[in-house]
Design a protein around this ligand. Structure first.
Ligand code: XMP
Length: 327
């Protein structure tokens, strides 16, 4: 499709001025496309869907309904931030769906990584479809498709993700205002739209969320160990300015226990794995050389603050032979 091709004359959006010109152009285009009709958007709180939400709120206000599905696999504080930024600050029409039990019940006992991913993807579509059917008179579905998604689905690297897969009777017309932008341009536009830095400059995060970092069958206690240790890691990276130097950093909790000792008593608990990598394109990646005293600080905080954890490991394997994520 011709309109899915980025014109060669289109300048890279690198400055607030260029971003503002893009925003003005898109607001006019969105108002012309949507008119007085209603739009639906699955808002994860990631950069792409957040920028699309902010554009649409400016263009058509409460004709937009955002649906935020909390599948229980988001990082600490993320659902709260989506509600704060979009409902409270931007006055968006936001439907918050607490689907935590639904997802975790479906995932109980499932250890195969691909099956876990499929369950999460399918359940997401089911929850979103249920919400879409409750709303009346929706004509458009907005999506945070960006240019690499279009390029990659063309050469078959990945199936087009987002909310493709809705039943045919819900045949909404698509609204994809950032589909010709690269990720760095989406960030400049997001910043210019006034979204918070920790939303705009967020590190990459898999669609299945913490589900891929809770290796094997997900249990609630191990998922909490991933979420809490990730929150500590992010806090320490931010405090030490490492969030600006390291491309991706997170924790993983494997599904085995080892022996430890606390207050003179034997413990049998989970290990937490730290991962901190730099990469240009995620195809290959190098471990970031963390300062040893910093690593020890992480070990001290994680083993004392996260329940059911007695050991911390640091994964320094490059990609290849490892992948960035563990699953
Ligand atoms: P791997 O583990 O394959 O990851 O080396 C490469 C990059 O992709 C991210 N990742 C995902 N991103 N949906 C996404 O949008 C996913 O399902 C997904 N799985 C992995 C990963 O975090 C890393 O940055």
């Amino acid at each position: 499709m011709a309109d899915n091709r980025r014109p060669e004359t289109m300048a890279r959006i690198t400055t607030p001025e260029l971003a503002q010109a893009f925003i003005d152009e898109q607001l006019a285009a969105l108002r012309a496309q949507i008119g007085g009709k209603k739009v639906l958007l699955a808002l994860s709180g990631g950069v792409d869907s957040s920028v699309v939400a902010a554009l649409l709120i400016r263009a058509v206000g409460r004709q937009l309904t955002c649906v935020h599905v909390n599948h229980g696999l988001l990082r600490k504080g993320e659902p709260e931030q989506v509600i704060e930024v979009f409902r409270n600050q931007m006055n968006a029409n936001l439907v918050y769906v607490d689907a935590v039990d639904r997802f975790l019940d479906k995932l109980a006992g499932v250890s195969d990584p691909e099956t876990k991913r499929k369950i999460i993807g399918a359940e997401f579509i089911r929850v979103f479809e249920e919400e879409a059917r409750k709303l009346e008179g929706i004509s458009f579905l907005a999506q945070g498709t960006i240019y690499p998604d279009i390029l990659e689905s063309k050469v078959g690297v990945k199936a087009h993700h987002n909310v493709g897969g809705l039943p045919e009777d819900l045949n909404f017309e698509l609204v994809e205002p950032v589909k010709l932008l690269y990720k760095d341009e989406v960030r400049v536009v997001g910043k210019t739209l006034g979204l918070p830095d920790n939303m705009v400059f967020r590190q990459p995060f898999p669609g299945p969320g913490l589900g891929v970092r809770c290796v094997g069958a997900i249990t609630r206690d191990r998922l909490e160990a991933v979420r809490e240790s990730d929150a500590i890691l992010r806090e320490e990276f931010y405090k030490h300015g490492l969030d600006e130097k390291v491309w991706q950093y997170f924790t993983v909790v494997p599904d085995f226990k080892t022996t430890g000792i606390k207050d003179g008593k034997r413990t049998y608990a989970w290990p937490v794995v730290i991962r901190a990598i730099n990469t240009v394109d995620a195809v290959t990646a190098e471990p970031y050389e963390l300062n040893f005293a910093f690593v020890q600080k992480l070990v001290a905080r994680i083993t004392s603050e996260v329940p059911n954890v007695n050991r911390v490991l640091w994964d320094v394997t490059p990609k290849p032979s490892a992948t960035i994520e563990w699953e």
